[in-house]
Design a protein around this ligand. Structure first.
Ligand SMILES: [Zn+2]
Length: 60
């Protein structure tokens, strides 16, 4: 990992609907990798290999 440009906030990923810690959002199992964090032999690009994505909660 590169150290430049990193801050206290966690990186967001393509599957995130909001930044982690945003009120009204929470972590959900990544719908693409089903929480495994992997797509075949590669890290899941949707969740960045974490297996979870940040999504809005409630609503509906
Ligand atoms: Zn994923």
């Amino acid at each position: 990992m590169t150290a430049s440009g990193t801050g206290p906030e966690r990186d967001t990923h393509p599957g995130d609907e909001a930044k982690p810690g945003t009120p009204g959002t929470g972590e959900n199992v990544c719908p693409d990798c089903k929480g495994s964090g992997r797509m075949a032999a590669d890290p899941c690009p949707t969740c960045g290999g974490t297996g979870v994505v940040t999504e809005g909660i409630g609503g509906g």
